[in-house]
Write a protein that binds this ligand. Structure first.
Ligand code: ADP
Length: 530
């Protein structure tokens, strides 16, 4: 409960005060007396009043002077005052500061009802103001709390990003080593009995990598840090590629995998082909995973055209286990699987569809699922693309490079991790590249001063001097042919900021670790000058 409103009664005559006190006896207020102007000023400074009842004629300082002084204080500038005066006197209008606060007057002899009514009105106004002030205060406090919570959330998100970026580096680097060592082992004529073990090694490491990528992807999407590319591509080729990559897996499970693209689907469209692949791979991968035998059908169809935008539907139907009715609404949620036995039987994280849905929606599309337990599921994705005027694409630069040899290319590999050094060098040497190795940025800069290279593969995190600084140093070299050579960053970070940083430091591109050999090849090939 807030304290009672206080009223200050100022009068040099105690019997007048007593009369007023008597009249206001029934109000729920606290009455305070002041017997002179000075005493009133003093009390107004110390306490908060709802109202002052001010006698005008007083010896020494009269009521007007008293109010003038009270009004000088910021705190009491707006304090309502009622003058009580024997004669009607307009003098108070001339008093400085009077206009600011609420002012009223009552002539003596006081008419009780009128007097009580006026005082009650002011007291009620005061009470309402107090309630409002409390509300404002509460709101301020709530805003403060919200701001604090927002700041905390932002900080948490930042440290999460940092943590993920560091972890991805730490985890991807050794994974890079495992995946690529397995690949190397496979290529080095292993005994028949070793092949299976090597394949298990490769498969498990790749799975782990997949999981890490999923988690990173999800957190990137979560933080709104994802950008979509707009590049021309041929959807039939893209579907074909996905068909081929799943074909073996499907056949090994007695599944007929069929891909069809309707005739009215344009040949060339503009969009993010990598993300479209990711979306399709997730859904087709699930369809095959959750189907023991039967059929998986992937269809692309034309839905509508709006100006130069074309809406396509990608439908994946399977004859698999289906999704129970009460679980279907949850499949797009993160870390959700239709049944708890799913992980045991089929693996997976429950992140795939959550990522897929976000990727679809962020591009202005939609995804839905129809399913019947025991009969199969149909996932439909609707996505907008921009139409291209072309009806086919030329074999691009990269394809032409297929026929180029890397033989004789001089590449400097800058990498502090011994295993990674070995792996990168081994692959490069297979392609007859002349490889030189530097353990850190500093050594790389020295080497670049002395010898001529065609390309540098630059790790970013290294002792002594990191990859960014080493690149800056190389770019600064006067009269040195290495000054402008392609420098490709080897990064374990999947974050856009890190990639942008790579370009601002003058690097020509990046390869995300762990890379597969063909990726390494494709990243290097465009830089070969013939
Ligand atoms: P997971 O990594 O477990 O596959 P997803 O997010 O891709 O995660 O899928 C979530 C869950 O939805 C799966 O665990 C499975 O229970 C169910 N699901 C997805 N696709 C299918 C499908 N084609 N048939 C049956 N169930 C499916």
């Amino acid at each position: 409960m807030s304290p009672k409103p206080k009223i200050l009664i100022v009068d040099d005559n105690v019997s007048n005060i007593l009369v007023i006190e008597e009249l206001l006896g029934d109000l729920d207020v606290e009455l305070i007396r002041a017997k002179s102007g000075l005493e009133a000023i003093e009390k107004a400074k110390q306490q908060e009043f709802a109202l002052i009842l001010m006698d005008v004629q007083m010896p020494g300082m009269d009521g007007f002077e008293t109010v003038e002084i009270i009004r000088q204080d910021e705190k009491t500038l707006l304090l309502p005052i009622i003058y009580i005066t024997a004669i009607y006197n307009e003098n108070y209008y001339r008093t400085k500061g009077i206009k600011t606060g609420a002012v009223d007057f009552i002539t003596k002899p006081i008419i009780p009802d009128l007097f009580i009514g006026k005082v009650t009105l002011f007291v009620n106004l005061y009470k309402q103001r107090m309630i409002l002030e409390q509300e404002v205060q509460k709101r301020k406090e709530a805003e403060e709390e919200m701001k604090l919570a927002r700041d905390l959330a932002r900080q948490a998100a930042q440290s999460k990003q940092l943590f993920l970026s560091t972890m991805s580096h730490e985890i991807r680097t050794p994974l890079n080593a495992i995946v690529n060592t397995a690949k190397l082992l496979k290529e080095e004529n292993p005994r028949d009995d070793q092949i299976e073990d090597i394949e298990i090694l490769e498969f498990s490491a790749e799975n782990l990598l997949h999981l890490i990528n999923d988690i990173l992807d999800f957190s990137k999407i979560d933080a709104g840090k994802i950008e979509f590319e707009a590049i021309e591509f041929e959807i039939r080729k893209l579907m074909n590629g996905i068909h081929q990559s799943f074909d073996y897996h499907a056949t090994s499970k007695e599944i007929t995998l069929e891909f069809t693209v309707a005739q009215d689907v344009p040949a060339v469209i503009v969009g993010d082909s990598a993300r479209l692949s990711q979306i399709l791979i997730n859904i087709v991968g699930n369809a095959i995973k959750f189907t023991e035998k039967g059929k998986v059908l992937v269809e692309a169809a034309f839905l509508a055209k709006r100006g130069n935008i074309v809406d396509l539907v990608l439908r994946v139907s399977d004859s698999g286990i289906g999704i129970p009715e009460d679980k279907i609404q949850f499949v797009f949620e993160s870390f959700t699987q239709a049944s708890s036995s799913t992980t045991r039987k089929y693996g997976g994280t429950g992140l795939g569809l959550a990522i897929t849905k976000k990727l679809v929606e962020m591009q202005g599309g939609s995804i839905e699922v129809k399913s019947r337990e025991g009969e199969g599921s149909i996932f439909s994705v609707t996505l907008p693309f921009v139409l291209s005027e072309k009806d086919h694409l030329d074999e691009d630069m990269l394809m032409k490079a297929t026929f180029q040899s890397l033989a004789g290319l001089r590449v400097l590999v800058v990498e502090d991790n011994l295993v990674n050094q070995k792996i990168v060098s081994k692959f490069l040497m297979k392609w007859n590249v002349n490889v030189d190795v530097a353990e850190n940025g500093k050594i790389a800069v020295e080497k670049a001063r002395r010898s001529r290279y065609d390309l540098v593969l630059m790790d970013l995190h290294m002792p002594e001097m990191n990859g960014y600084d080493a690149t800056l140093e190389i770019r600064k070299m006067e009269n040195n042919p290495n000054k402008d050579i392609p420098i490709i960053a080897l990064t374990a970070s999947a974050f856009i900021e890190d990639r942008e940083k790579i370009y601002t430091y003058g690097m020509s591109g990046y390869i995300i670790k762990p890379f597969n050999p063909s990726e390494l090849y494709w990243k290097i090939a465009p830089f070969i000058k013939k």
